[in-house]
Design a protein around this ligand. Sequence first.
Ligand code: COA
Length: 356
Amino acid sequence: METLPSASGLEGVIAAETILSDVDGEAGRLVLAGWPVEDLVARAGFEDACALFWTGALPDDAGRAAQRAALGEARQRAFARLPRLGDALDAADGMDALRAAAAHLDGDEPATLTGALAVFAAAWTRARAGLPPIPPDPSLTQAADYLRMVRGEAPEAAVRGLDAYLVTVVDHGMNASTFAARVVASTGSDLVSSVVAAIGALKGPLHGGAPGPVLDMLDAVAAPERARGWLAAELDAGRRIMGMGHRIYRVRDPRAAVLEHAIEALERSGLAGARLQLARAVERSAAELLAERHPERALKANVEFYTAVLLDAVGLPRQLFTPTFAVARSVGWCAHVAEQRRVGRLIRPASRYVGR
Ligand code: COA
């Protein structure tokens, strides 16, 4: 067998051909199912994005209503399941709870998964606070109902902000959780198993686990003038700055600008407080320090940096940031599973034995 150089992080390895998204890391461009992310967020809500990824086209009014109904019914079915989840939602970590609860699902419909994850994430948060779960309202959009199931209310400006976030992160090329979902799908396994694997991959701090720690960092920095000193001490201690750096982007993640824009709208509605100014100051200092310490590698803000500010501004607790990411990214996972099934080929790379 031909011996190829090994690439332990699989950088640059093309593992699939896809029509779902295109990440141009040099130019800082993201295209989602044919739409530049900025355009898609400007014109599409979460239900539209679901239809786009699951059927291939943005829906008309009837299609949008059907998508909304499908997600609403899925949330209701998931809520009815809550008493049968055993201790799945007792987990201390939201992603552990989501993984355990999702494993109870069955069926092959993307809406079942995406609707259910919102219910499980909301119920887990309420349970942690000693509160009973709030039943879904299937007449609402997923963003509005999710917020309502978590907070008991869904102010319009916050719903718009959350909806923009959910659309922004629906898919992103061959990221680790999507790859995990596709590997499982390639074996002929089922959709639920693929999504459970993807949840496990998304949990890690190098992938989807960063936004909570980003907010912790902003709290610790507390004031823009303290940013440089605080960040330098972190780097001196050998720790990574959460929300900075990306495997693919060599420029600022384009989703950071989309989310910043959405946060500005929240600010105008009086929802974002002073966090945006602080975040911008921390980002500036972090980018400067990382450029000094890693001149060979461009390390700029990634999507998680402003995710933290946005999700905090819409009133979600920080423990719920990564589960909320899963609610959105499940749209892409399901679409990739369908695409992988059409390919119909087992993903099975090789390893090089180097002895014991
Ligand atoms: N803070 C400090 N240093 C960082 C860094 C960060 N956020 N991101 C990368 N680096 C450093 C690495 O330590 C490494 O230095 P070394 O060569 O001296 O060991 C160098 O930059 C290259 O990094 P590398 O590990 O090759 O990058 P990667 O492509 O494997 O990692 C991430 C990409 C996203 C995992 C990485 O940037 C990171 O850990 N970021 C913080 C976590 C985060 O925000 N995750 C969300 C991703 S969307």
